[in-house]
Design a protein around this ligand. Structure first.
Ligand code: PRE
Length: 345
């Protein structure tokens, strides 16, 4: 038999979850103190009544409000019920659940990584993180079953690992999104290049979707501050790099030992090669003058063919590829010819 659910909170996520529960045919009652737009068929008149007979109690509310609701509920809950939260951070809510419900009432921390926007887009997979919990392994199993029934892939992560991971996504995403909004990056643009699209999406996200989430992920994730500082430092470095005429792009990877010296030798050799090419072009010019004086053909195909053939042989004697060497000398011939002033060819 499907356990009935008490859904406490009918905000942005609560509403979305209720929709999924309805589709999956999971009975639930909703308690939301501030809103009267809960459908009559789902509405529970009081907090106490909402949890009566419910197998699962889902806290869909800001982390800051959880403790007082749990304390109010605590005397009405039985060990047969399981309480779970759906907050975007996990270390702090799990501490609250553990401190108010302890060993007596089963509880588990979860984070559904979806909401109305991704549901509307039909994004898949629909992922939910469930935090393993030694005190209440059965609660973890129940949460997994619930989320799988509403079409989620469930991943188990400790609260700590979860928050550390979210720092690299949620925390930085929302921070950047609100920063771009404050900087009015996309305001009143007549048009924008396609590369601006991700930024436009971020700004829109900050404006429409997550105003309330911004505070939660920034102030309730214990790793958030460090991550913001690291990002600001990286941006400052880029900024100073741009100011000082350096590109501001990532520094090239340091060369392994010895490579710099080898590169210096290659540079010196190429310099000699350029000087030799210049010297060669001058000799070809002299040859052209001499040929012109004696009415000999310019260019001389026979001479070029025998010249290439001897270079092939020299290359073979050195253990080099004759074809590749011929390619280089064909380019050298072109270069030397072009270096000869027009008219003397
Ligand atoms: O799909 C949406 O509407 C969401 O905003 C989902 C979203 C997000 O992508 O940031 C919002 C908060 C949750 O903690 C996880 C996911």
């Amino acid at each position: 038999m499907t356990e009935s659910i008490a859904l406490l909170g009918y905000g942005r996520f609560g509403r979305a979850l209720s929709g999924l529960l309805l589709v999956a045919g999971i009975p639930h009652r909703v308690f939301e103190p501030r809103q009267d737009d809960v459908p009559d068929a789902l509405r529970a008149p009081t907090l106490a009544e909402s949890v009566e007979g419910a197998g699962l109690v889902v806290l869909s509310m800001p982390v800051s409000g959880m403790r007082s609701v749990l304390e109010e509920l605590r005397p009405r809950l039985s060990p047969a019920q399981t309480v779970l939260d759906v907050g975007s951070v996990k270390v702090r809510p799990v501490q609250v659940l553990a401190s108010v419900l302890g060993r007596d009432i089963p509880w588990v921390g979860t984070h559904p990584l979806f909401g109305p926007a991704s549901l509307a887009r039909g994004d898949l997979p629909r992922r939910t993180v469930v935090c393993p919990n030694e005190l209440h392994p059965e609660a973890v199993r129940k949460a997994r079953v619930l989320f799988e029934r509403i079409g989620c892939e469930v991943t188990e992560l400790s609260p700590d690992a979860h928050d550390a991971l979210m720092v690299r996504t949620h925390v930085l995403t929302f921070f950047l999104a609100h920063g771009l909004l404050k900087a009015e990056a996309g305001k009143d643009l007549p048009f924008a290049p396609p590369s601006f699209q991700p930024v436009a999406r971020l700004e829109e996200y900050a404006r429409l979707e997550v105003p309330h989430l911004f505070g939660v992920v920034q102030s309730e994730n214990p790793y958030a501050r460090d991550a913001r500082v690291r990002l600001l430092e990286a941006l400052t470095q880029l900024h100073l790099g741009c100011d000082s005429g350096r590109s501001g792009a990532p520094e090239p990877v340091a060369a392994p030992p010895g490579l710099t010296e080898v590169r210096e030798c290659v540079d010196a050799l190429d310099r000699e090669l350029v000087q030799l090419l210049n010297r060669r072009a001058q000799l070809i010019q002299q040859a052209a003058h001499l040929k012109a004086e004696h009415g000999l053909p310019l260019p001389d195909a026979e001479r070029e063919a025998s010249l290439l053939e001897t270079r092939r042989q020299w290359a073979a004697e050195q253990g080099m590829d004759a074809d590749d060497t011929e390619d280089v000398f064909r380019a050298v011939l072109r270069f030397s010819r072009r270096a000869v002033p027009t008219g003397s060819r």
